[in-house]
Design a protein around this ligand. Structure first.
Ligand SMILES: NC(=O)c1ccc[n+]([C@@H]2O[C@H](COP(=O)([O-])OP(=O)(O)OC[C@H]3O[C@@H](n4cnc5c(N)ncnc54)[C@H](O)[C@@H]3O)[C@@H](O)[C@H]2O)c1
Length: 320
């Protein structure tokens, strides 16, 4: 039986699928040395997020055929070294799409409905605050979606079903994908000026670093909210914090931050017009199971001589 190495334990559903197909080795910990100690006769590595598969690990693994990530990102794999050693790097693009879209909608509704404040009122015996009308409806409001890729699109469907008007800014979306019910903006400024809720779904590429800067934030309505479940780097967090502090905008919902974990003395933590979650948008029970099971299935494909569906270095390995 071929060996499959797990630098971090995977959930039982994944182990169950694998147990009759391969010998499963779980390393002592996720460090480079612990992986190197076990990797010499390994056929596959199933990789969560703690461990890094470095060139040294790949060079110590002459039988390695596949590294299978339990998620979309693969920045913890030296893909160049893997390609040079004829090792497939597999990932799972879009596996978290629904989870992140739902988290985005949750942040939007929690902001509009002021759920954290409401919860506090009840706990603090301030029941009477219920008549202060601090809550708002999504129906009839305008959502501005920046980036209409996999997640942006799922957010769009959900917002449309709630009776929201949809504005989109995504200069790279092809005409064929455009939809009559949504309005595409030619510039991001229009979207920032006209939206009641803005949500960011762009990749963290160098061009998008701090794309939401002081200038764009100043264009937002004072009643508008901004949500970021993409990557912390795409917002100028200092500029956002100032706008929230000075109540120049109504609030923000953030799952991602310039620095993660966020520092305990970060001023964002003192503000009551922002809802913060710990980069957890993708981490649902369902997506956790899906991520592991699909990553294991890609390894089983390799064990049984099939080419798995999602290979990052497919072209470089001439597998097309
Ligand atoms: N919070 C989480 O746990 C979590 C989980 C998964 C993905 N993400 C993040 O969500 C983001 C979106 O993921 P996705 O799977 O939808 O990506 P995707 O590649 O499917 O879509 C990204 C879209 O953004 C557009 N785009 C790129 N630059 C733009 C710009 N400057 N202005 C407007 N549009 C632009 C692209 O054309 C594309 O349509 C990524 O940053 C990803 O890292 C976060």
């Amino acid at each position: 039986m071929e060996k499959v190495l797990l630098p971090e334990r995977i959930i039982d559903e994944g182990l169950e699928l694998l147990k009759d197909k391969a010998e499963i080795i779980i390393t002592k910990d996720a460090s480079e040395q612990s992986i190197i100690d076990e990797v010499s006769d390994t056929f596959a590595i199933i990789l969560r997020s703690k461990a890094k598969i470095t060139r040294s690990i790949i060079e110590a693994a002459p039988k390695l055929k596949v590294i299978s990530r339990t998620g979309a990102g693969y920045d913890n794999v030296d893909v160049q070294a893997a390609t040079e050693h004829n090792v497939m790097v597999c990932n799972l693009p879009g596996i978290n799409t629904v989870a992140v879209a739902e988290h985005t909608i949750s942040l939007m509704l929690a902001l509009l409905k002021q759920l954290p404040k409401m919860d506090l009122y009840v706990r603090n015996g301030q029941w009477g605050k219920r008549s202060e009308f601090i809550s708002e409806e999504a129906f009839g409001k305008t959502i501005g979606i920046v980036g209409l890729g996999k997640i942006g699109r799922e957010v769009m469907f959900r917002c449309k079903s709630m009776g929201m008007h949809v504005l989109v800014y995504d200069p790279y979306v092809e005409n064929a994908l455009k939809d009559n019910d949504i309005r595409f903006c030619n510039d991001v400024e229009t979207l920032f000026t006209q939206s009641d809720v803005i949500t960011l779904h762009v990749p963290n590429i160098p061009e998008n670093k701090k794309m939401v800067d002081e200038h764009l934030i100043r264009l937002m309505k004072p009643t508008a909210y901004i949500i970021n479940t993409s990557r912390g780097e795409v917002i100028d967090q200092g500029a956002l914090t100032s706008a929230l502090k000075e109540h120049r905008i109504a609030g923000a919902g953030l799952d991602v931050f310039a620095q993660e974990p966020i520092e305990q003395d970060d001023p964002l933590l003192t503000l009551d017009n922002v809802i913060l979650t710990p980069h957890a948008a993708a981490l649902t029970k369902e997506s956790g199971i899906k991520m592991t099971v699909e990553a294991v299935k890609q390894v089983i494909d390799c064990l049984e001589g099939r080419i798995p569906p999602y290979i990052v270095n497919r072209r470089e390995l001439h597998l097309e």
